[in-house]
Design a protein around this ligand. Structure first.
Ligand SMILES: *Cc1c(COP(=O)(O)O)cnc(C)c1O
Length: 426
């Protein structure tokens, strides 16, 4: 029997892909080591907390006494090395989780300091950065101040220290681990630790918050293991392992988690309400799969970086660079190339491969954005997906990949589309 060819790619592209895969083998080995460590961390927590099939039972209505939901939150807190956690399908997305954390802590008269520059696009309206958007923090009387990153895209520690010393009303410090759609390096846990130390040196009382979207399980330790008070993220990114159908989490110190619970539901009711409606099994299973899914996504990113460098583009991070999140930025130099990349990636996805993505005005974003997402869960970016705001420097942000072998086809399909459309020649 001869093997079948299921996908046809340009021969020259396949030669580059082979070289790219060879090049990133050292990265793959390193990624496997971190995956193994984190998988042991998660498995041992499941065992320690006695997770059992009975925890998958669904509750309805108020959801009082939902043992599975409470157990899941215990396990999460253990894995993230925090006192407590809220993990709910009723936290609708990452933005919602972050908003609960901010509104849970801040009161009128307090000031929020964004210590790593302008936060992720969807948070502009939550905070009310440019104007007092309805329902925002600034409309409610919370102040906002930000310290931009340095010209190198790194945290400006002296400026952070100075702002903290001159503005005693600062109550909370926001740190964003992942670059999001910004052109800057993502922060390693070590870099976050430097910020934490700089903040603590002048103000021991402020609440240090990390937006950990895209960062979970990329390193051996989470920011909460090195002194961060509160952290939040999405379950359709890393922490849901590609299994969670929606949801978000907040973890951290008990006193702040309690306040967040009152914001998540209502004062008084807090965390006691919230029927799990049958989601417990997929949230447990998602956490179980998360270290592995993140490893596969990291391998996909490293491969894409190596391949596109060999095709003449610039990649950040570079193929063998240490990664701090699952996002791979590829600078494709033109809007046409961004569109071709997303079309190609979509065509190599398991779901909706026949759909041709187009740029659109996405709610919460300032520019037109084109997205490729042929995913089992709508918008899940732990699955192979790509987003590109149609603005200079024409960078596509690619992330995810539940399995390297399938995601590799998606990346090759994106590269092939650039060739087919005549945007590049090999
Ligand atoms: C995705 C993301 C968010 C928002 O999460 P959603 O689930 O899209 O609401 C916030 N911050 C960062 C850094 C992100 O990557």
């Amino acid at each position: 029997m001869t093997e079948k060819i299921f996908f046809s790619f340009d021969d020259k592209l396949l030669v580059l892909a082979e070289k790219a895969e060879q090049q990133v083998q050292p990265s793959f080995l390193q990624i496997d080591r971190v995956t193994e460590y984190n998988q042991q961390k998660v498995l041992s927590a499941f065992i320690r907390h006695g997770v059992s099939e009975s925890h998958f039972a669904a509750t309805t209505g108020y959801g009082y006494g939902d043992r599975g939901r409470d157990k899941l939150e215990e396990v999460f807190a253990d894995v993230f090395e925090t006192e407590d956690a809220l993990v709910r399908h009723s936290i609708l997305c990452g933005t919602h989780a972050i908003a609960i954390a901010l509104f849970g802590v801040l009161k009128p008269g307090d000031v929020l300091l964004a210590a790593t520059g302008r936060p992720y696009d969807t948070l502009h309206a939550v905070i009310g950065i440019k104007e007092k958007t309805p329902g925002s923090l600034t409309e409610m009387g919370v102040g906002y101040t930000e310290v931009p990153l340095t010209d190198f895209g790194t945290p400006d520690l002296p400026a952070i220290t100075q702002v903290l010393q001159t503005q005693p009303a600062i109550k909370m410090v926001h740190i964003q681990r992942s670059k999001g759609y910004a052109v800057r390096p993502s922060l390693s846990v070590a870099a976050i630790e430097e910020i934490v130390q700089a903040v603590r040196a002048v103000r021991s009382d402020v609440v240090i918050f990390v937006d950990d979207c895209y960062g979970e399980f990329v390193e051996r330790y989470e920011p909460t293991a090195i002194g961060v008070d509160l952290m939040a993220g999405s379950l359709i990114k890393n922490a849901g392992g590609g299994i969670a159908e929606n949801g978000g989490y907040i973890c951290g110190k008990k006193i702040w988690i309690e306040r967040c619970a009152y914001r998540m539901t209502t004062p008084g009711l807090g965390r006691e309400v919230g029927a799990s409606l049958g989601h417990n099994r997929s949230l447990f299973m998602g956490l179980f799969y998360a270290p592995h899914a993140v490893g596969e996504a990291l391998k996909t990113a490293a491969f894409a970086a190596a391949l596109f460098e060999k095709m003449g583009f610039t990649a950040a991070p570079r193929p063998l660079e240490q990664r701090a999140d699952i996002i791979q930025t590829l600078y494709l130099n033109s809007p046409d190339a961004l569109i071709a990349f997303c079309e190609g990636l979509q065509s190599g996805s398991p779901i909706d491969a026949f759909v041709v993505p187009e740029p659109w005005d996405m709610p919460g974003y300032d520019n037109q954005v084109i997205m490729a997402a042929g995913t089992f869960t709508m918008g899940a970016s732990i699955e192979l997906s790509a987003d590109a705001p149609l603005r200079e420097p024409y960078a596509v942000f690619m992330q995810g990949g539940l399995q390297y072998h399938a995601a590799k086809i998606g990346v090759l399909s994106a590269a092939q589309r650039l060739l087919t459309k005549g945007i590049i020649h090999l």
